[in-house]
Design a protein around this ligand. Structure first.
Ligand code: NAP
Length: 343
């Protein structure tokens, strides 16, 4: 099978390339060569997806069975690559996001029938935020591609090489040890997925020539906050002591859910449905998910050799992690309230 990956050098795209090579695909990658390094064994075509000339040079004289577009964020730009690759590939797999669903993370469960944001397939970057634009990108593929349009909508992705910085931040913080501010209800059931499992599922669907749309998240309840943090402590061999601080206390002190304490989704209306999406359709179609413990172990195996000052805890869009002084202040305030000094 011949596979083109648009992107492919950082995290999820890298996992897709690695899995495609493992399966014996002939892999072409298309990126600018600035964010990461292509894996050995690929044909690396350098170019900017926003340049019509670069897209034409990519398409010239090449054909693929499947394109996997991992780095599409603007409908108009995705539409350009769809047009450039029409007739050059049988399947166009687009990595979207659960954020494309207008109902997420509302209080009802989300699945493939949940409406997507209303966004035109030729919208520009100014026409919406991340989730709105992802919905427009999906339409650019579904309406513009002549072959099979495969839309993959992942939930929260973890795993080795994570560039968003969520699990890397927790591993780094917990490895430092001492009292660690642990957010909210430790027993909330999450659903986490490893990039390598999304890679395998996407490529299996592309190999089968599927034209469909799938939510791809972990099995409901495959982790709790307590379980995730305990796994981090186990793999790092740390002496961390978790101090569980309730949602209200953190929100009152303006701790930002999801980012300042990564992956923390408080029990509040805004976050009520974060862990409610159903990936039942993808699982019925063959998605399998490794245990979260394996994801944590392998992420630490990759991260531990990177000096702390060179680790990245964020992207241009958002940074992750609480300032150590703020964490210490909150812990002191919480412990002061929990055990007031004797009168
Ligand atoms: N992390 C999550 O929890 C989560 C959840 C849901 C969905 N997602 C989606 O999953 C995907 C994750 O992507 P990733 O960063 O892991 O993918 P990746 O393919 O590993 O890395 C991004 C690639 O895009 C390339 N790129 C960026 N701008 C480019 C341009 N103008 N022209 C050509 N290539 C360009 C980069 O290379 P150069 O910069 O060198 O060009 C790099 O190879 C995204 O679509 C994201 O929306 C993520």
């Amino acid at each position: 099978m011949r596979t083109l990956v648009i992107g492919g050098s950082v995290f999820l795209g890298r996992a897709i390339v690695e899995e495609a090579l493992r399966r014996g695909h002939e892999v072409t990658t298309f990126n600018r060569g600035v964010s990461g390094q292509d894996l050995p064994g690929v044909e690396a075509v350098r170019g900017n997806r926003e340049s019509p000339e670069d897209l034409a040079r990519l398409a010239e004289g090449r054909e693929w069975d499947a394109v996997v577009d991992v780095c599409g964020f603007v409908p108009r730009v995705v539409g350009d690559s769809v047009r450039a690759l029409n007739g050059r590939a049988a399947t166009y797999a687009f990595i979207s996001s659960i954020s494309a669903c207008s109902g997420w993370p509302g209080s009802s469960p989300t699945d493939e029938s949940t409406p997507r944001f209303d966004c035109a397939p030729d919208a520009g970057p100014e026409d919406g935020d991340y989730g709105v634009l992802k919905a427009g990108c999906e339409r650019a593929v579904e309406q513009g591609f002549d072959g099979n349009a495969l839309i993959i909508e992942p939930g929260l992705i973890l795993g080795p090489h994570e560039n968003v910085g969520r699990l890397p931040w927790w591993l780094t913080r917990i490895a430092r040890g001492g009292k660690v501010l642990a957010p909210g209800d430790p027993e909330i059931a999450m659903q986490l997925i490893d990039a390598r499992d999304i890679a395998a599922f996407t490529l299996s669907q592309a190999e089968a020539g599927t034209a469909d749309r799938f939510f791809v998240s972990g099995v409901e309840g495959n982790a709790t906050y307590r379980g995730l943090l305990q796994e981090c402590r186990a793999v790092t061999g740390s002496d961390a002591e978790f101090v569980w601080v309730d949602d209200r206390f953190l929100l009152d002190r303006e701790v930002q859910p999801w980012t300042e304490l990564p992956v923390w989704a408080p029990r509040s209306p805004e976050f009520a449905g974060v862990w409610l999406p159903s990936s039942a359709k993808a699982r019925a179609a063959g998605l399998t998910c490794r245990p979260v413990a394996e994801t944590v172990r392998d992420t630490w195996a990759w991260l531990r050799d990177i000096p702390v000052e060179r680790r990245s805890f964020g992207t241009a869009r958002m940074s992750h992690g609480i300032d150590p002084d703020k964490e210490a202040e909150i812990l002191a305030a919480w412990e002061g309230e929990a055990s007031p000094a004797p009168a």
